[in-house]
Structures are given as structure tokens and as C-alpha cells.
Design a protein around this ligand. Structure first.
Ligand SMILES: C[S@@+](CC[C@H](N)C(=O)[O-])C[C@H]1O[C@@H](n2cnc3c(N)ncnc32)[C@H](O)[C@@H]1O
Length: 271
């Protein structure tokens, strides 16, 4: 079942997947959650007045956020969305087809942006740095392409902040540990401020956002990688124990009592 077999830790290799649609669908479901609208608003607020400005959206995915930004920059501004994945850029261009917005999409690795120093008034990266193998270089690139005095905005999760209401506390702790440890940058959220301060950013602030996850989205987020971790011996549970753990959550959900959340951090900073 596609909703449980995908793996969000593979967002850095979307083009290597047999079908990119799992990743596209995943982002569409995520971006429709109520807290995601508030995250986009926080990031936009961090960038300030964008009218007439040039804005870069690194790791733009399907380009929906870049199009929102394009409406803010107006006819005198421009937005460039970049993504490592050709499939994502293809989808972004398809969705943008015919729209009279000042936005363009290009394939680019966040770790090596082909833009001059200070090329943009502002740059943002939502749910991208946490996927980058070399997060230090990607963060430095984000800052480099913004002009001195320009703004950056970044949102990343902190995967050790997962909460799940489940009667089996020790199994749930093991699930949370396993999910966090499956991410190369599992603490990216809590590290954002320190990382950008070390790079010389000024006026750094951080706003937390806790996303309450419906069971279907929670399962879509972690179901595939928990199953893979269990099969690889990286989860201290048997397959029947893992199935029973999910079954308890399904029963809680049927009774309107499922609760899970994940907290991320939105950074705003001045170059
Ligand atoms: C979780 S999605 C977020 C997409 C979009 N920012 C959003 O919030 O809807 C992560 C995106 O980062 C892209 N990505 C992963 N590694 C990247 C890298 N090294 N450079 C640029 N993009 C990358 C993926 O292809 C994917 O589109």
C-alpha cells in the first residue's frame, strides 16, 4: 500500500525512486495540514515585505510555495524555485503552466547553487536542509546567494520531538528513537539558530511549530521506514509486535482518540 511503503528519509533521492508520485503526494498531503499554512505564514513574515524583491526557494518541490511567494513579489519581483529532483521541477513547471506569475524553476543541488553571491534579496528553504547530506554547505549556500542585509527563512523538523499517545510506553519510545535515528539530520530543527549564527547571520530568531498529525499522515510519514527498519534489525520489535502497535493506534483512531505530533522550527535571519 503506497501510503505506508514510501520513505521520507529518501527525499534526497526522489529521482532514484521507481515513481516520484509518492513524494509528490506526500508533500501535497503535508502542505494541506492546518499547521503548514501557519508555517508558510511564519516563513513569509520572516522574509518581510517582498514587493518587488527577488526570492529564491531552495528545494521547492512541486513549486506551490514558490507560486505563493510569486504573488507576494508582484510584477516587479521574481521568484526562482530550485530542486535537486528533476521530477519535482517537472511537476512544478506543469503546475505553473500558463500562470502569469514571475516564477521560474530550475534543477539545482542546495549544496552548489549556480547563482552569484548576493544574487537575491531573500531566500528560504522549507523542509530541505534536514534532508541534505552536507547540511553545513547547503546552509552556507543559502546565505551566500542573499545580498548583505537580505533575509533568509528556514523550516526544519526536529525528529526527536515526535509524540504519540500509546499505552505501550517502551515500544513507543523505541519507535520514536528508531524514526529519529533514521534521519541523518535528526536534530536539524534545534540546531538551526546555532548553525546560522556560526555562519555569520544576524538578527536570528526561531519560531516553533507543532504539527498535529492525523493517523493517515503519521502512518504515511513513518510506516514505510519502520517496516524497513524492523526488517533490517534496526527496530527492537518483531513484525507482529509492530503490527500490534499500529493496530492499537488504529483502534484509538476509530474511537477518535489518536494523537501524534512533530515539532519543527522556523528560523528567520539577516545576512
Ligand atoms: C520535504 S520536500 C519539501 C518541498 C518543499 N520545500 C515544500 O515544503 O513543499 C524536500 C524537497 O527537497 C528536495 N531536496 C532534497 N535534497 C536536496 C538537495 N540536496 N538540494 C536541493 N533540493 C533537495 C527534494 O527533492 C524535495 O523536493
Amino acid at each position: 500500500m503506497t501510503t505506508t511503503t514510501g520513505n521520507v528519509t529518501h527525499f534526497t533521492t526522489v529521482d532514484g525512486a521507481p515513481d516520484a508520485s509518492w513524494f509528490i503526494d506526500f508533500m501535497d498531503v503535508a502542505n494541506a495540514l492546518p499547521e503548514y499554512r501557519r508555517i508558510r505564514q511564519t516563513l513569509a513574515d520572516q522574509l518581510g515585505d517582498l514587493n518587488g524583491k527577488s526570492v529564491l526557494d531552495v528545494g521547492c518541490g512541486t513549486g506551490d510555495d514558490a507560486r505563493e511567494l510569486a504573488a507576494l513579489v508582484g510584477a516587479d519581483g521574481k521568484v526562482v524555485g530550485t530542486d535537486l529532483s528533476g521530477a519535482m521541477i517537472e511537476e512544478a513547471r506543469r503546475r505553473g503552466g500558463g500562470a502569469a506569475l514571475p516564477v521560474e524553476f530550475r534543477t539545482a543541488d542546495a549544496g552548489g547553487l549556480a547563482f552569484a553571491d548576493g544574487a537575491f534579496d531573500a531566500a528560504r528553504a522549507k523542509l530541505v536542509l534536514m534532508h541534505c547530506a552536507d547540511i553545513e554547505t547547503a546552509a552556507a549556500e543559502l546565505l551566500r546567494v542573499v545580498r548583505p542585509g537580505g533575509r533568509i527563512a528556514v523550516f526544519d523538523y526536529d525528529f526527536e520531538t515526535t509524540t504519540v499517545d500509546h499505552p505501550d510506553v517502551s515500544a513507543t519510545r523505541e519507535v520514536v528513537r528508531c524514526c529519529a535515528d533514521g534521519h541523518g539530520n535528526k536534530w536539524s530543527g534545534r540546531q538551526l539558530a546555532r548553525r546560522f549564527l556560526d555562519l555569520g547571520a544576524r538578527e536570528v530568531s526561531v519560531t516553533p511549530h507543532t504539527v498535529v498529525m492525523p493517523l493517515a499522515f503519521f502512518r504515511r510519514s513513518v510506516g514505510g521506514r519502520l517496516a524497513a527498519a524492523q526488517a533490517d534489525g534496526k527496530l527492537a520489535m518483531t513484525a507482529p509486535q509492530l503490527d500490534a502497535w499500529w493496530q492499537t493506534l488504529a483502534e484509538a483512531d476509530a474511537g477518535g482518540r489518536f494523537f501524534a505530533s512533530l515539532t519543527g522550527f522556523a528560523l528567520g535571519a539577516t545576512r
